[in-house]
Design a protein around this ligand. Structure first.
Ligand code: GLN
Length: 241
């Protein structure tokens, strides 16, 4: 009887052991799939540059990522309240956000651009927006940049397409948005143009809770490897040719 019990324990233990050996760490990742080409919906699936980057990191680390799609301004609160463990959302590592969260190494350089209906030759700098009604997305870096301009009228939207719609309907004079999504949102219509005015460079990075040092280190070293082995360049080429 004792022998059978021992044998059974051995079987149970080895099953538990092999499951834990093959079970992947699961890490929940928050994003906002309204920011093509970084994250957007295709047949109800979240896809894009950031998701490909996650998959490449998953291959390096063995971590299984589960992506949760939510409103952009809910992402950092979801991170703080542990609804997710990381945020990847074309998110700029700003000094303000760094007070609350910690960022990975930067993985993409971006800047804010001004979208107008037709060409507006009066626009030479962001300050020239001071007499205009400008659409921004609530809580985006574009919101911060435009809100700092004296005299400007800021209209805040929850999604980029809503701001572009308002511009098409002449309800606002311009939209300020990150460069790559701006190209995507205006690609199918000749009525818009993107004003090429100087803007500060921004770094996109992955956000974590401040005390999650082990996870940050894992992701950072995976980012290094992906950049060294050509995987990162493959993803760049896929989205930006
Ligand atoms: N880069 C901008 C920011 O961090 C916009 C990001 C986004 O909309 N996903 O605010």
């Amino acid at each position: 009887m004792k022998k059978i019990f021992k044998l059974m324990m051995l079987v149970v233990l080895s099953v538990v052991f092999s499951i834990s050996l093959f079970a992947k760490d699961v890490v929940y990742v928050g994003t906002n799939a309204e920011f093509a080409p970084f994250e957007y919906l295709e047949k109800n699936q979240v896809v894009g540059f950031d998701i490909d980057l996650l998959n490449a990191i998953s291959k390096e680390t063995g971590i299984e990522f589960k992506v949760k799609d939510m409103a952009f301004d809910g992402l950092l609160p979801a991170l703080q309240t542990k609804k997710v463990d990381m945020v990847i959302a074309g998110m700029t590592a700003t000094p303000e956000r760094k007070k609350a969260v910690v960022f990975s190494k930067p993985y993409f350089k971006a800047k804010q651009v001004v979208i107008t209906k037709g060409v507006d030759k009066s626009l030479k700098s962001f300050n020239d927006l001071s007499t205009k009604k400008v659409g921004v997305m609530l809580g985006f870096t574009g919101d911060t940049v435009v809100s700092a301009i004296k005299g400007v009228k800021v209209e805040r939207f929850n999604a980029a397409y809503a701001a572009i719609m308002a511009l098409a309907q002449n309800k606002i004079d311009a939209v300020v948005l990150d460069s790559e999504p701006a190209k995507k949102y205006t690609a199918n219509s000749k009525q818009f143009s993107i004003a090429n005015i100087p803007a500060a460079e921004e770094d996109y990075a992955i956000a974590f809770r401040k005390n999650d040092t082990a996870l940050v280190q894992k992701i950072n070293s995976a980012l290094d490897k992906i950049k060294a082995n050509g995987e990162y360049d493959k993803i760049l080429k896929k989205y930006f040719k």
